[in-house]
Design a protein around this ligand. Structure first.
Ligand code: HEC
Ligand code: HEC
Length: 257
């Protein structure tokens, strides 16, 4: 009898443990009932543009771009919910902040200026002023934990995303995850990178002219001739040697040491 009771006791402990670990394994919210059918995002690059390098493990989809756009503009990424990526990369300032150096959530100035993100998907030589970040996926992880930018932690952001009213569905639709526990900083960064790759300058006057859809004024034509050393009657300014066509950048770094 004593033995029987003991066995039941042990069995109960084992069962409780199993149900506990089951609970942990299945914690989070099931998302598998939400349809997952990502659609290719057509970048529609103008004819005079180079091809954009897109990593094979992060193709641009409509659903990924939607998620990335939401994350980019959402102050949920900062510790005190006061700033988002767009606070320093404002669309109305060509995705810069118009300041000589950027200021983060604690009011502390950084050392550098936030550069434009227009045509950022074409950059291959390295991101940031010193090229220290290789890919948009890698770069997007950094501002969240930078003490003079969003000054947050990724575990904190990910926990908020998991219980958010809209993000779990968006992560499911973008990446096919089956449970909110599968939301990670890497997926968030991938979505942000997808959104950044669609920020292209195809509607600028320069681009329209290249595609024969607009014309320079007389004064602009002189500027063009100067900039690209294109007019033998005008002095050469050499601008176009470093600000190469069509993206107005040489996408390289001057090694000075
Ligand atoms: C507090 C202001 C601030 C916030 C917030 C911020 N950035 Fe930036 N960003 C900068 C500054 C300053 C640089 C240049 C830093 C450097 O070169 O060291 C930069 C550089 C970049 C670059 C490199 C661009 C290039 O041409 O190489 C990318 C991409 C970028 N930021 C994306 C983001 C994303 C995505 C977020 C949100 C997750 C974000 N930024 C949030 C200020 C900010
Ligand atoms: C030797 C290469 C070189 C030449 C020639 C050159 N630039 Fe630049 N330009 C650069 C570099 C590098 C930067 C970024 C410098 C920095 O911010 O520290 C820059 C930055 C700029 C910027 C600021 C861009 C921004 O996003 O803030 C403008 C505008 C500009 N150049 C216009 C011109 C014009 C106009 C000419 C010709 C009169 C010219 N450049 C000639 C290399 C060059």
């Amino acid at each position: 009898m004593k033995n029987k009771l003991f066995i039941i006791f042990i069995a109960l402990i084992v069962l409780t443990n199993i149900s506990c670990s089951d609970k942990e394994g299945n914690s989070g919210m099931d998302l598998s009932h939400i349809p997952y059918s990502p659609e290719n995002y057509d970048l529609k690059l103008p004819a005079h543009f180079p091809n954009m390098y897109i990593p094979t493990d992060n193709p641009i989809t409509k659903q990924g771009v939607t998620l990335g756009r939401n994350l980019f503009y959402d102050p949920i990424l900062s510790a005190d919910s006061s700033m988002s990526c767009a606070s320093c990369h404002l669309p109305e300032f060509n995705f810069t902040d118009g300041k000589s150096v950027s200021v983060g959530i604690d009011g502390l100035p950084g050392k550098r200026s936030a550069m434009s993100l227009i045509n950022i998907g074409f950059v291959q030589a390295g991101l940031f002023w010193d090229g220290r970040s290789k890919t948009l996926e890698e770069q997007a992880l950094l501002p969240v934990e930078d003490p003079i930018e969003l000054h947050n932690t990724w575990p904190n952001v990910v926990e908020k995303l998991k219980v958010h009213p809209k993000y779990p569905t968006m992560f499911r639709e973008a990446f096919g995850i089956s449970n909110t526990e599968k939301i990670t900083k890497e997926l968030a960064a991938k979505a942000i990178a997808q959104f950044e790759r669609i920020i292209v300058s195809k509607d600028s006057k320069y681009d329209k002219i290249q595609d024969g859809k607009a014309f320079y004024t007389d004064l602009e034509l002189i500027g063009f001739g100067l900039f690209f050393d294109d007019d033998p009657d005008l002095p050469d300014t050499e601008c176009g040697h470093c600000h190469n066509v069509p993206l107005a950048t040489s996408d390289d770094f001057l090694i000075t040491d």
